[in-house]
Design a protein around this ligand. Structure first.
Ligand SMILES: O=P(O)(O)OC[C@H]1O[C@H](O[C@H]2O[C@H](CO)[C@@H](O)[C@H](O)[C@H]2O)[C@H](O)[C@@H](O)[C@@H]1O
Length: 387
């Protein structure tokens, strides 16, 4: 995703460097709607709002020409093909091995990574779905194992650790259940510090709230002005998709997920059309493609990459030569964070979790959540060996 400056305001353009990393922005310029007011307010507050010019076309044309269906079909590739003895086919193994030449395993190259980490403070950023928990059919059942929870808890004793998820912050907190972590829900649009820690950022406002234990925590919510609009869109999406078998609309607070994993493929066009029909009247919303999910969120200049930078600044760890941020994630939305660590001043490593070869801005790879757990344990062992 590129953010380019237009004449009067930044314009988001769709030029992903990665195949299938599709950020669809529909090209309709629509009449000013009530949502524009919220966006204008936000724009005046902190310049995060992006305008997206649109050109009006038919709904089906839009769905087809913007590549929604292609993106839907290619999202969340199936796990590596296995034969009846549950052994990966030679061809699959070979292409995965070739791919790891470009994105080496963070486990097999662990020593090398740690040689870069020597004398540095590691800051750890972890995606949730597909990274700490396996992808399952029912989004409400994406539980994390207790072994994984213990691994995250241990690693957080040694390194500042944040969970960065597309889910609502409350939901991801409910799954992880560790109060000592930083949480960034709604793709980074809802950031919470652990109790007793502050979110210090010189330019942007923050609010104080209480956590589940009644303790004060700091919140940073750059899209709060959009909440009334998001609530309205959520209701419309639930209403407009309710006749489609298997569809699930998930409330992620500052964004909305429309899941089609359990919808018959012949009905995916219908899902896309219904979603398009609802969101086309909201020029301040954009759509991204996740793993068998359409994700709808406000058009603000904020993503997981921005959240990582914000957290590093809040922790006083930005632009420091002696800091090594590591971000582990499996999703297209994690690419924004990989890119920030690869290209930005807070140089660090993205680790892509994938069982199939795909292009990425990450540097290293891990096959699945069980390898993520091994990696977290190795970090702890390494840190203890230095004591
Ligand atoms: O940023 P993440 O923590 O990776 O969240 C991204 C989306 O994850 C969830 O959906 C995905 O996982 C589900 C459970 O395994 C799966 O059923 C679904 O098909 C996946 O897309 C979550 O439900 C979404 O709201 C998040 O946007």
């Amino acid at each position: 995703m590129d953010i380019k400056s237009g004449h009067s305001s930044p314009v988001m353009t769709d030029s992903p460097p990665i195949s299938n990393s599709i950020l669809t922005i529909r090209q309709n310029r629509l009449p000013y709607s009530s949502s524009a007011a919220a966006a204008t307010a936000l724009s005046q507050n902190n310049n995060l709002f992006l305008t997206v010019p649109r050109k009006k076309t038919g709904i089906l044309d839009d769905v087809k020409s913007s590549g929604w269906l292609d993106a839907m079909k290619s999202s969340s590739p199936p796990p590596a093909i296995v034969n009846k003895d549950n052994i990966s086919s030679d061809a699959t193994d070979m292409s995965y091995r070739e791919w790891t030449l470009k994105y080496p395993s963070a486990l097999t190259t662990f020593e090398k990574i740690m040689s870069f980490a020597k004398g540095k403070r590691i800051a750890l950023f972890l995606d949730y779905d597909g990274t700490l928990s396996p992808i399952v059919e029912e989004p409400d059942c994406a539980y994390m194992s207790s072994a994984m929870r213990a691994a995250v808890q241990n690693v957080a004793k040694y390194f500042p650790t944040a969970i960065i998820s597309g889910r609502s912050r409350d939901k991801v907190y409910e799954f992880v259940g560790l109060s000592e972590l930083y949480y960034a829900g709604s793709h980074g649009m809802d950031i919470m510090s652990p109790a007793g820690e502050s979110l210090n950022h010189e330019h942007l406002s923050r609010t104080v709230s209480v956590n589940e234990q009644g303790k004060d925590v700091n919140l940073f919510q750059p899209a709060s002005e959009f909440l009334p609009m998001i609530d309205k869109v959520l209701c419309s999406l639930v209403e407009s998709t309710k006749g489609i078998d298997g569809v699930k609309v998930e409330d992620n607070k500052f964004c909305i997920s429309v899941h089609y994993r359990n919808v018959e493929e012949k009905n995916w066009t219908l899902v896309a059309q219904r979603v398009d029909y609802v969101i086309r009247t909201y020029p301040n919303l954009r759509l991204t493609h996740g793993r068998k999910v359409l994700e709808i969120r406000p058009v603000i200049d904020w993503d997981k990459g921005k959240a990582v930078t914000f957290l590093l600044e809040s922790l006083g760890l930005n632009n420091c030569d002696d800091v090594l941020p590591i971000y582990v994630g499996d999703d297209r939305t994690d690419e924004d964070a990989f890119k920030v660590l690869r290209d930005g001043p807070n140089h660090g490593y993205g680790v892509l979790v994938s069982a199939v070869p795909k292009d990425s801005n990450a540097v290293y790879s891990l096959r699945d959540p069980s390898e993520v757990m091994e990696f977290l344990k190795s970090l702890v062992t390494w840190k203890r060996s230095l004591e």
